[in-house]
Ligand binder design. Structure first.
Ligand code: HEC
Ligand code: HEC
Length: 137
């Protein structure tokens, strides 16, 4: 009987500790708010955008700062800023790619409403270079 009681108390304490840890630790860290989207769907989940950004960087062989400016005051990247012309160029490239896929590859929209990259993607032309050679062989 004594043991049983002790066991129940122990379980109780363990539950309280577990619950309080769960309550204090941020269960799921809030992803950063996306505030300046002009070509991606406004409701794009952060992880999807992040994945897209990684793909663009790798296709062009660049780092984030090729398109994104740093805030001089804070010294941190300001991803929402449109200060760099490369960012606007990338928007045009994104729209162009979507148009090619839609028109010539009959690409469907995904669940977010984005045209799927069925035919061409950034890497088809860029192959790891920011400035693909624009010349005939
Ligand atoms: C080739 C250019 C390019 C590269 C490289 C790039 N981005 Fe982007 N990024 C963009 C464009 C264009 C947008 C805006 C999309 C839109 O208008 O819908 C954007 C938007 C974002 C946003 C959303 C900002 C907001 O609040 O509106 C984040 C965050 C971001 N990029 C992070 C990154 C990270 C991290 C990397 C590096 C891994 C990266 N980007 C590399 C072009 C680029
Ligand atoms: C059909 C081929 C093609 C596709 C697909 C393509 N690009 Fe490009 N991109 C080019 C060419 C060619 C240039 C160079 C234009 C020039 O130098 O005048 C270029 C230039 C750029 C530039 C400008 C570089 C600078 O310094 O001005 C950016 C940024 C860029 N592309 C991003 C992208 C992204 C991001 C994607 C995918 C969403 C993409 N491109 C898809 C062909 C393509």
């Amino acid at each position: 009987m004594y043991f049983k009681k002790q066991l129940i108390v122990m379980f109780g304490v363990a539950t309280v500790i577990t619950l309080s840890i769960a309550a204090t630790s941020p269960q799921q860290q809030e992803p950063p708010k996306l505030v300046n989207l002009k070509v991606f769907p406004k409701n794009i989940p952060f992880r999807v955008l992040d994945h897209e950004m990684d793909e663009w960087s790798e296709s062009l062989g660049v780092h984030c700062n090729f398109c994104h400016a740093r805030n001089d005051q804070t010294g941190k990247m300001d991803f929402a800023s449109d200060a760099k012309p490369e960012k606007e160029a990338a928007r045009h490239m994104f729209l162009m790619t979507a148009k090619i896929n839609k028109k010539f590859f009959q690409a469907k929209k995904d669940s977010l409403g984005m045209i799927m990259a069925t035919g061409v993607n950034c890497n088809t032309c860029h192959h790891g270079a920011a400035h693909p050679e624009v010349k005939m062989p």
